[in-house]
Design a binder for this molecule. Structure first.
Ligand code: NAD
Length: 484
């Protein structure tokens, strides 16, 4: 356990050494609940980023040649350390980006991810065929080399694990960059990576902003694959840098404006509970939050009344307290951005609940759970991702109408449908333009062995226990001409 009573000293991990930035540069990280400084975090320089990539490149030949069960060994140690330090990791997230410790389970789920991928080495398999007379064909799956991982702030420990574990077991070496808004748990994980015994250079961890380190990773000629979770805006910038440099493989998990659709025949109480939980989780800062809810007219009044009752009853406060279930927004930029959306929402729709920023009252970036109704479909707040505890509830009459409205979005990450009519449910499943469709449940529920990823502007590629390893394995076709 780290001693949380002494100042936290985050460092980076480059070539097996825990280091400060080479120019000693740091940036201040503020606790979003109090606006006090939580830590000074190293800002990776261009030289630091290049050094991490060079270390990963140098470590690649030996790591990729290693018996994969030996690659699994430090991964399994890291899995155990993740579980052991769940509460420290939760505390560090709470004082970085405000996620309440009462909800923090990602040391356990991340540990399970490291274990699962460590034990999945036997799935590194190609294909073979003898369909061409006189020839034998086979494919080999081989690692790319240096993989860059760029993390968002909204759930750093989860994405740390879901991205680096499959990259490592497949024989790639990794340079991971934390988000400038959520770097503390990741810096602590750098210490755990050292304890787990990865060979120097295999797993490098840096901290800093998009500029310079994120951009360098995106444009570096020695980075052969890059996996990113974050905003669609940054995803496009990364894709541009990749195209201008070496056409590295890019996997993008981006934003969402996810619809939940509630028909007259739905189990209304269940729909209220689950859709409220979706938009309330992490104070609305999850990519798949159902930020647009469409309710069929006959049940709309009852649904909205029950939803307001539940959403208005959160326990906001210190995210390090076990009693809190509603933390602050991650930082001042997020807070101001969300408040801007709320002001715009008041002009375009009808404010039903909340709409108040609590910075002056509570001293941190807290925002009341907010509900709008009757918002025109083309309003900014219906089109753009708010990433806060703000939901728009609109009323619909027919199936055709709601399909059109739900799909009228540049995003397509997650959609939910509540109905007891199996035929209608299946028509909706087929019609919705979305990487995920849930029937009688909603986000953050995901199937443990299903792929995750977005249609349209919500991303490209898929992640998941059966899918992520493929992201980090090139395919080689081998043809063998046989002699008679
Ligand atoms: P962000 O795009 O602001 O930042 C993400 C990361 O990109 C950070 O590490 C940042 O330093 C880095 N970055 C910034 N500019 C860069 C540049 N020019 N080049 C390279 N890297 C750069 O995103 P965020 O605010 O941290 O995360 C919130 C967003 O992530 C939301 O849009 C949310 O929907 C999305 N998200 C998506 C998923 C998913 O699986 N689809 C999951 C969680 C979050």
């Amino acid at each position: 356990m780290v001693d949380l009573t002494v100042p936290i000293r985050p460092r980076m991990l480059i070539n097996g050494e825990l280091v400060e930035a080479s120019d000693k540069g740091t940036f201040p990280l503020y606790n979003p609940a109090t606006r006090e400084i939580s830590a000074h975090v190293p800002e990776a320089t261009e030289a630091d980023t290049n050094a991490a990539i060079a270390a990963a490149k140098a470590a690649f030949p030996a790591w990729s040649a290693l018996d994969p069960t030996k690659r699994a060994a430090p991964m399994k140690k890291l899995a155990a350390l993740l579980r052991e330090h769940n509460s420290t990791l939760g505390h560090l997230e709470a004082i970085s980006m405000g996620q309440p410790v009462s909800k923090f389970i990602y040391g356990f789920t991340g540990g399970s991810m490291f274990d699962t991928f460590a034990e999945s080495w036997h799935r590194i398999q190609g294909q073979s065929s003898i369909t061409t007379p006189g020839q034998m064909h086979m494919t080999l799956r081989q690692p790319y080399g240096v993989v860059a991982v760029i993390l968002p702030w909204n759930n750093p420990v989860h994405f740390f694990c879901s991205k680096s574990a499959p990259a490592l077991i497949t024989g790639n070496t990794v340079v991971l960059k934390s988000s400038e808004k959520g770097p503390l748990a990741v810096a602590f994980l750098a210490e755990l990576v050292v304890q787990a015994g990865f060979p120097p250079g295999v797993f490098n961890i840096i901290s800093g902003h998009g500029l310079p380190s994120g951009r360098i990773l995106s444009r570096h000629m020695d980075v052969r694959a890059l996996t990113f979770t974050g905003s669609s805006r940054t995803g496009k910038l990364i894709q541009e840098e990749a195209a201008r440099s070496n056409l590295k493989k890019v996997i993008l998990e981006l934003g969402g404006k996810s619809p939940a659709i509630v028909f007259n025949d739905a189990n209304l109480d269940k729909a209220v509970d689950q859709t409220e939980h979706s938009i309330q989780t992490n104070s609305g800062q999850i990519c798949m939050a159902n930020s647009r809810i469409y309710v069929q007219r006959e049940v709309a009044g009852e649904f909205i009344a029950k939803f307001k009752q539940k959403f208005g009853n959160v326990k906001a406060g210190d995210p390090t307290s076990k009693e809190t279930n509603h933390g602050p927004q991650a930082d001042e930029v997020q807070y101001r951005n969300i408040m801007g959306f709320i002001e715009e929402g008041k002009k375009s729709g009808k404010l039903e609940l909340g709409g108040v920023g609590k910075l002056d009252d509570m001293g941190g970036y807290f925002i009341e759970p907010t509900v709008f109704t009757d918002t025109p479909e083309d309003a900014k707040i219906m089109k753009e991702e708010v990433f806060g505890p703000v939901v728009n509830i609109n009323v619909f009459d027919t199936e055709e109408e709601v399909i059109k409205k739900a799909n009228d979005s540049e995003y397509g990450l997650y959609a939910a449908v509540y109905t007891r009519d199996i035929n209608r449910a299946m028509r909706m499943v087929k019609a919705l333009e979305s990487g995920y469709v849930a029937v009688n449940c909603t986000s953050p529920v995901t199937g443990r062995d299903l792929p995750f990823g977005g249609w349209k502007g919500s991303g490209q590629g898929r992640e998941g226990v059966l899918y992520s390893m493929d992201n980090f394995l090139e395919i080689k076709s081998v043809i063998i001409q046989l002699e008679d």
